[in-house]
Design a protein around this ligand. Structure first.
Ligand code: AMP
Length: 396
């Protein structure tokens, strides 16, 4: 893997693609700067070498038109604060002004370009636009894992203009190493927990990870398609009837790969999809007709806990209950606790993709697991076994 550690940036201008697509409030003030602080190590290394940094990113969906609401000038002060250095700004990403600003940049300085998506050419992956961008720097660094699954001008196409000076940033490296640690070089036993609402959105992930894992825990809404396919009564629980045969095929494939599959054995059920609904715990195969399973029951939590405490590598994607409703969050909290405990005991744990990331942030588990991915779609596509265009472009 070719990373910025392999290059000395002295007197070089590094064109760094970052993902500063940050959430903002109604006054356009940044409400979560995680994506900005995440690239500080990359910026620091380039500056420490005696180089300068030109940051480029998209923000929101301006659809190819200049729109002040999506201007990066609103994010500039937060970038300076998070990186601990005054950052310059130019209200263009390509063109004369951008070139002048880039030319004037001195070693130790940082320049932020205007929103790349003010130009349609960015998302189209236009080579001429990529070439114009490439003129701004001497080296290209991709540290935008969150957009690495897109073949856009600045995330992939641009790399061809830097045949010997294109590198992964340190955040990208961390993400790629974390995925590798789970899918390729994971210390055994490897356990994956897949939750969330639907089997259909996770099927490619399950198929791709089967050769790499020893245990597969299937929880959350998607478990009911399996339970029903196995003959259980699931009442009004969420189900995909047309995926039942697929569920049985997955179980068969898991057997062929010697993967032990664990489904919840009991469920916290409710008489309505609502936090104040009546609740009780039952065998997951015996849910009464008008009730629905909204969380993993206490026996299931114990079984999952035992497996996790005996695992050396853990991948978690998707909540195992409707954690957004406090009365149905206990199962996912217990799972978070088990993963935190396993991590303390030395396991490597990766939380990646979608709602499980939201959960660990909201419930304070971010520092209790080994790695929380910064890229939703990009992480999901990696787990599906797809090569991300942003990664392929550097590896070429
Ligand atoms: P996904 O985006 O597929 O990872 O699904 C995440 C969503 O699954 C969360 O919003 C959870 O509330 C939901 N979920 C988890 N367990 C259940 C369940 N038993 N019934 C309905 N939805 C669930």
């Amino acid at each position: 893997m070719k990373t910025i550690k392999d290059f000395v940036f002295k007197n070089k201008k590094a064109l760094v693609r970052v993902d500063f697509n940050v959430p903002q409030d109604e006054n356009l003030v940044v409400t979560d700067n995680t994506r900005i602080t995440a690239v500080k190590p990359t910026v620091d290394k380039i500056l420490a070498d005696g180089g300068s940094v030109i940051l480029m990113t998209h923000l929101g969906r301006p659809k190819g038109e200049m729109n002040d609401k999506y201007s990066l000038r609103h994010v500039l002060s937060e970038v300076s604060k998070a990186l601990g250095k005054d950052v310059k700004f130019v209200d263009e990403s390509v063109g004369e002004k951008a070139e002048e600003a880039a030319n004037a940049l001195q070693p130790g300085e940082i320049l932020l370009l205007e929103n790349l998506r003010f130009h349609n050419e960015e998302e189209k992956g236009d080579p001429a636009f990529a070439e114009k961008l490439s003129k701004l720097g001497d080296a290209y660094v991709n540290d935008a894992f969150g957009t690495a699954h897109r073949a856009h001008a600045s995330t992939a196409v641009i790399a061809q203009f830097f045949p010997s000076t294109k590198f992964f940033g340190l955040l990208m490296e961390k993400e790629l190493v974390a995925i590798d640690k789970v899918l390729k070089s994971g210390e055994k036993p490897v356990t994956a927990i897949l939750g969330g609402s639907k089997v259909s959105t996770k099927i490619t992930i399950i198929e791709n990870i089967l050769p790499a894992v020893d245990n597969l825990i299937i929880g959350g809404g998607m478990s009911f398609t399996f339970i029903k396919a196995l003959g259980g009564k699931i009442g009004k629980s969420i189900v995909e009837d047309d995926k039942m045969s697929l569920a049985l095929e997955i179980l068969e494939k898991a057997k062929q790969h010697n993967v032990k599959v664990y489904l919840p054995t009991d469920s916290v059920i409710a008489d309505d999809f609502n936090n104040e609904a009546e609740r009780k715990v039952v065998d997951i195969r015996e849910i009464p007709e008008d009730w629905q399973g909204l969380d993993a029951g206490p026996k299931s939590r114990e079984i999952f806990n035992d497996i996790l405490l005996n695992s050396r590598t853990i991948l978690w994607n998707g909540p195992i209950g409707v954690f957004e409703m406090s009365n149905f969050a206990a199962g996912t909290i217990a799972l978070g606790e088990s993963i935190a405990e396993a991590t303390k005991l030395g396991a490597f744990s990766l939380v990646g993709g979608g709602d499980s990331v939201a959960f660990v942030k909201q419930f304070g588990y971010s520092d209790k697991v080994s790695y929380v991915s910064t890229g939703g779609g990009a992480m999901l596509e990696s787990l599906e076994g797809l090569e991300l265009p942003g990664v392929a472009a550097i590896n070429k």
